[in-house]
Design a protein around this ligand. Structure first.
Ligand code: NAP
Length: 544
């Protein structure tokens, strides 16, 4: 019925916080319930008290000024299922996170089985052959290492990725890093096209004094640690403090704040890494403070995540609104302000406190040999000529005692050897997913980007789907137009790297083991966090 909006082909999809069901167009067929990969759709009569707020949010959307945009409903454009062009299309995807996995899905959907096309070094006997390279010994990137442990439904998307991995035209090459084990020229020498989906894993800095002190780190490091990323498994963080301050108020900030404030018994039922469970069980933290530099209506967190916080019985949510809150002229900002105003009057409850503060910026992290406090300045908002509301420091300051400061002010992509890079935006320059020469704006044949390395660190999982779809559409167009340079034989280095890397069987052994351990402990899985354990359980002598 095309009743869910915005669709990927409607403007507004990329920035949408959630999707909405048009009650006038919906015929209650229930088809969306069956197909939603993360079980996000619930019949209104089945809404629990916790989710009731979404009914109002849905209604508000269709009453807002946004709604008329979706009246002229354009049908979804489908990708042609014929990759066309001469011969089999061989594609390398670098990075196995959601952006790369969605790109694989679109490519496989576009491919047509040709059973007698023969098997070559790329290991497939069909017209599309995909090798997905992942530097870690386990796949699916942010689904495993980014999504918060208490968001198991979001992780269900991995079921779709597992089905992709079962496709005979797809091969997973784990524990293989482009730039270390294999060069870009090894890939371009054999594959007709290379799609980079390497994400944006470095974190942005605050650039204030004291940022380098022990006890100050990025939310990325902390989240990678509690999610069991092997590169962070041996880290330790100061939880021997009564207050933790999180700077920035995007969804990542809310994720780490929630984990820090949660009841340990709630976390024990998740797939959080065991080392984090032990450390959090011993934590002295009583209060987690989340600092937003702009006002409540401009907060970077999304409304569903705010509602999730508000519904938690696990901690006491305390909202402190500034006296000079600026109303918002967009409906989503107005909705956030409205919800926060309702929350601001809440009486404190038992358990830890999670405080949301607004219109404050950190100007200095204090401490001699480690963090002991943070100095904040109060901000007022100023509208710029382009309409943006920006935070401007006032004279008022305050100091919060704390032993642990987490900055959660966004991610930045890292340059990829051999590709142009836009240092300022932290992305690979591209037009519609085609990598371009920044000087001439000409597309570099056969090179594509998708996900955060293409557009920067923004959007939900669904945004990566649209992003991947566009990049694959560009790739298929170039293939049909004969613009791709046909790959040749695999270099020795690539053949060796693929032989030395681990693959799907390795991952499935790890996955089976983790789930089995999880069943014993009544958890979704118990994660392996050290490469040596992954090698042992996966059936390899050692990983790289
Ligand atoms: P984000 O949404 O861009 O939030 C960054 C935050 O840092 C904003 O509050 C920003 O304030 C603030 N900030 C930036 N520079 C600052 C500075 N110098 N001083 C103080 N504050 C500063 O980034 P994110 O939280 O890392 O999330 C990245 C993307 O992943 C987002 O699209 C997010 O929605 C998505 N994500 C989604 C989920 C989910 O759906 N559950 C979970 C995690 C992440 P301003 O707004 O004023 O710039």
């Amino acid at each position: 019925m095309n009743c869910i909006h915005p669709t990927p082909s409607e403007s507004g999809f990329a920035a949408a916080e959630m999707l909405f069901i048009d009650p006038d167009a919906c015929i209650d067929c229930g088809a969306c319930l069956d197909v939603c990969p993360v079980g996000a759709v619930v019949a209104d009569y089945d809404l629990t008290e916790k989710d009731e707020a979404f009914r109002e949010l849905n209604a508000r959307f269709f009453q807002s000024a946004e709604a008329p945009r979706y009246v002229a409903r354009r049908p979804d454009q489908r990708l042609s299922n014929d990759p066309g062009g001469p011969g089999k299309l061989r594609v390398a995807i670098v990075g196995s996170g959601p952006a790369g996995a969605f790109a694989a899905q679109y490519l496989l959907d576009a491919g047509v089985d040709v059973p007698d096309a023969g098997v070559d070094v790329l290991g497939a006997g069909t017209d599309v052959a995909i090798d997905m390279f992942e530097r870690l010994p386990v796949p699916w990137g942010l689904v495993r290492f980014g999504v918060a442990p208490d968001h198991p439904r979001t992780k269900q998307i991995a079921d779709l990725f597992e089905r992709i991995a079962d496709d005979p035209r797809f091969r997973l090459v784990l524990d293989t890093e482009i730039g270390r084990d294999v060069g870009l020229s090894d890939l371009t020498g054999v594959y007709d096209a290379v799609i980079f989906a390497t994400g944006a894993l470095s974190d942005r800095k605050l650039e204030i004094p004291g940022e380098g002190l022990p006890g100050s780190c990025s939310a990325t490091e902390f989240a990678s640690w509690y999610n069991g990323h092997p590169d962070f498994a041996d880290r330790s963080f100061n939880l021997d403090t009564e207050r933790i301050v999180v700077v920035g108020n995007g969804n990542v900030a809310l994720d780490v704040a929630r984990v820090l404030a949660s009841d340990i018994d709630v976390l024990r039922r998740t797939d959080i890494a065991d080392h984090a469970l032990d450390a959090l069980a011993a934590s002295r933290v009583r209060e987690v403070v989340v600092i937003g530099r702009r006002g409540p209506a401009q907060a970077a967190f999304t409304t569903p995540e705010l509602l999730g916080l508000a519904a938690s019985r696990d901690f006491s949510l305390q909202v402190e609104l500034p006296d000079d809150c600026t109303a918002s002229d967009d409906w989503i900002g107005a909705t956030k302000l409205d919800i926060l105003q309702r929350l601001a009057g809440r009486a404190p409850t038992a358990g830890r406190t999670l405080r949301l503060l607004f219109q404050r910026s950190p100007i200095e992290i204090l401490g001699d040999d480690r963090v002991s406090a943070i100095r904040l300045v109060h901000n007022r908002l100023e509208r710029k000529p382009d309409g943006r509301l920006v935070a401007m420091a006032s004279d008022q300051q305050d100091i919060l005692d704390t032993g642990f400061v987490l900055r959660s002010v966004g991610y930045a992509g890292s340059a990829i050897d051999g590709l142009p890079f836009d240092e300022r935006r932290g992305v690979v320059p591209n037009i519609g997913g085609r990598v371009i020469d920044p000087a001439t704006h000409d597309a570099l044949p056969g090179l594509y980007v998708t996900g955060w390395i293409r557009r920067g660190p923004s959007g939900s999982m669904g945004s990566n789907r649209t992003c991947a779809r566009e990049a694959v559409a560009a790739l298929l167009d170039d293939h049909r137009a004969g613009k791709l340079i046909r790959g040749g034989a695999a270099s020795y280095r690539l053949t060796e790297a693929i032989a030395q890397g681990s693959g799907l069987a390795h991952w499935r052994a790890i996955d089976g083991h983790e789930r089995a351990q999880g069943r014993l402990a009544r958890r979704p899985r118990v994660k392996l966090v050290h490469r040596s354990d992954m090698a042992r359980i996966g059936g390899k002598e050692a990983l790289r």
